[in-house]
Design a binder for this molecule. Sequence first.
Ligand SMILES: Cc1ncc(COP(=O)(O)O)c(C=O)c1O
Length: 354
Amino acid sequence: MPIHKYIDLRSDTVTLPTDEMLEAIRHAKLGDDVYREDPTVNKLEEMAAAKMGKEAALLVTSGTQANLVSLVSNTQRGQLVILESESHMYWYEVGGISTIAGLLPWPVKSQYGVFEPEQIDAAVRPKDIHFPEPALVCVENSHNRHGGTVVTPAQLQAIHEAANRHYLKLYMDGARIFNAAIALKVDVKELTRHVDNLMFCLSKGLGCPVGSVVVGSNEFIEKARKVRKVLGGGMRQAGIIAAAGIVALEKMVSRLQDDHENAKRLAEAIAKIKGIQVDLKRVQTNMVLLNTSGLKVDDKFVLSKLKEKGVLVSMMGKHTLRMVTHLGIERAHVEAAINAVTLTADEINECVFT
Ligand SMILES: Cc1ncc(COP(=O)(O)O)c(C=O)c1O
């Protein structure tokens, strides 16, 4: 566990590299990746492309950089991008979609993280001098703010067909694509075949300290490589990062199932606590969203009460807390976290209702 004192359920980004990753980093063969001479980066990129069923891949520094590089590489400034209204790209990437990529985000609402194909039809307006040109549709899989919900291959196919009808490309923020694949019990290629290009993160559930990978056609990745450079993301001996990524792709995917089971256990137990609601339909991967409105206190108070009991969680909005299971969170931590939430709710309910 990263901060030993706490059971840290804020995010799966808090994971620390495994001993095997640290060993791989220590022994990695290195070179200058801007010259394409780092053999470890080259190997990771080849592996990632093959795993995703695409022609090429590019290691970047973070998920945010991956999304920005992909947005710029898929569009021209001034164009319109259709994305889900709770998507990470819309909420949490500092508006880079507009300030750096020069694009107009067109948010479309959904109940569980994926819009219907007809909503794409509705979002695309006729050619008109007043309207920006639409260029790209984005999906997020699994969907962070919707609580880790997954987009199925059938949904992706339908969205792809709708995007094609309007000559739009389809991009996937697959930061947690392996969580989605494991939850759906499909090969990850079933989730990538309907999108033109995508990114996935090494630094979340897969446990790497740094890094994300953009994947797509040779032409797209060549463009993305240049965009990465202009964004200052041309790294040199990046094999240090890629070495852990190779271990992640080889060894860390199947264990995500444990995180999903732990999340389910957390969700089912917490759903029974008075004052807290959990929409169990959303608990499909490694996240649990807690609706705390029934406790009738400020979220910060709930957060501090949990912290006192050794549990860290994150705030996702008014009366919405998020717990994320990940590498380093074992069943005993889950049980301790359930206890902490139960005690906290009991304490608050006693004060509020007596
Ligand atoms: C769905 C999604 N996309 C992108 C990102 C950005 O990743 P990073 O924090 O590495 O920039 C995150 C981070 O949590 C995410 O959840």
